[in-house]
Design a protein around this ligand. Structure first.
Ligand SMILES: C[S@@+](CC[C@H](N)C(=O)[O-])C[C@H]1O[C@@H](n2cnc3c(N)ncnc32)[C@H](O)[C@@H]1O
Length: 203
């Protein structure tokens, strides 16, 4: 990155309201506010007992989750390491690696009523490729839900708004009773990411 580009990036990043707020609130990333907004709108965490956070690094969603005293267990999963957080069980696992997923599920050894996924594939900038990679990730997340969700469990999943969104919705509706698309204000306007809140896992 050239010096000028770096300083532009730095300026837009530090100017960002949610970046400043996350520093003030001691969150590890601005992503915390996306989950907070989702909770404010859908009360999905306060209705849950056991939660699994897929793609949890650096851990700001986990920091939000530990404030919910109704939660009996919080498990974070990521292919990268996460600085430990009290009351959180972290498992290092690539959700696209079936052997690692099988080991992680063995370690968790209980059903869950809420799965969160903030995972995005590495962006190539080629729309079609990125969308296809997102569909892959979503299939992997759903495969995990199949093994670990209770009937009527819920899922919050990050997706890209694009041509494949209707395929993704179809995939999610085959497993959940209803789904709703929600773009938090804290998600950058120029980012095509959005979230789908899925209610009522169908066994
Ligand atoms: C946007 S970050 C998540 C931020 C997190 N929600 C937070 O609040 O700190 C996406 C994460 O997904 C993880 N990730 C991407 N692909 C993954 C995969 N195949 N398996 C596990 N984690 C993955 C990345 O390592 C990254 O930490």
């Amino acid at each position: 990155m050239s010096g000028k580009k770096r300083s532009n990036w730095f300026k837009s990043h530090t100017d960002d309201f949610f970046v400043r707020l996350s520093k003030q609130d001691n969150f590890r990333s601005r992503a915390a506010y996306k989950l907070i907004e989702i909770e404010e709108k859908y009360q999905i965490i306060s209705r849950s007992k056991n939660v699994i956070d897929l793609g949890c690094a650096p851990g700001s969603w986990l920091q939000v989750l530990v404030n919910f005293k109704n939660l009996k267990s919080i498990t974070g999963i990521d292919r990268n390491d996460v600085e430990p957080i009290q009351e959180v069980n972290f498992i290092k696992c690539d959700i696209q690696n079936s052997e690692q997923v099988a080991n992680a599920l063995k370690e968790i050894n209980q059903k869950t009523d809420l799965v969160l996924s903030d995972i995005a594939p590495n962006i190539t900038g080629i729309g079609e490729v990125d969308q296809a990679n997102f569909v892959d990730i979503i299939s992997n997340v759903l495969a995990i839900c199949e093994q670990i969700s209770i009937t009527n469990g819920n899922l919050v999943i990050k997706v890209f708004n694009g041509e494949r969104l209707s395929d993704i919705k179809g995939l999610l509706l085959s497993k959940y009773k209803d789904i709703v698309v929600f773009k938090p204000k804290s998600s950058k306007k120029n980012s095509s990411e959005t979230y789908i809140v899925c209610n009522g896992y169908k066994d």
